[in-house]
Design a binder for this molecule. Sequence first.
Ligand SMILES: C[S@@+](CC[C@H](N)C(=O)[O-])C[C@H]1O[C@@H](n2cnc3c(N)ncnc32)[C@H](O)[C@@H]1O
Length: 221
Amino acid sequence: MSTRSIGLDDSLYRYLLTVSLREPDLFARLRQATENMPEAGMQISPEQGQFMQLLVKLIGARKTLEIGTFTGYSALAVASVLPEDGKLVACDVSETFTSVGQPFWKEAGVAGKIDLRIGPAVDSLDSLLANGQEASYDFAFIDADKTNYASYYERCLKLVRPGGLIAIDNVLWGGSVVNEDDNSDDTRAIRALNAVLKEDTRVDLSLVPIGDGLTLARKCT
Ligand SMILES: C[S@@+](CC[C@H](N)C(=O)[O-])C[C@H]1O[C@@H](n2cnc3c(N)ncnc32)[C@H](O)[C@@H]1O
């Protein structure tokens, strides 16, 4: 019964939401504003947003990073639990996607905490490193293009302080990671990073089966 993680059918998933999700109305409205977009499936689930809020609070994060913002749900979740002087550097290539979220950030009163960087995230992260921000971030969330995951991870590992946390999304990739017939670039990139993380002694590690799979990597001191 308890020697492996439980699978969730629809009714058990609904139960999980019923007894634990505390999603503010504003957050639900941002999900509604996204749900008819063809790319809506890219958004994180509300329970994952709530879980990430808990992580951010647990580690007392103040300076945070996000790679892959889309319409801004995860940014809204994280920024909402940062202290008044907290910051989230949010990286995305798309003005179109991120403009959907900005009115919700304003309404939540967190727009001032979010520093949106439009452009390839590798460049945005490199510019933070070039500006002497190494080892200064408490938390990073990686959720952009999968073929760059390894590049994002290495840069985040430099930018996060010892004891800081990197959360990497989609590490189970809808189950494709175990489909031998799926050798797409995205799937191979995720499998490759998962294999690297397993052996990476620079971090403490746990793969949490929430959403599409979320790996937590804590930078060792
Ligand atoms: C899975 S979505 C992010 C979902 C978001 N975290 C949320 O909670 O809704 C991935 C995002 O990565 C962005 N993206 C793709 N390639 C990128 C790149 N090279 N640099 C920065 N962002 C990129 C896309 O525009 C898209 O908005």
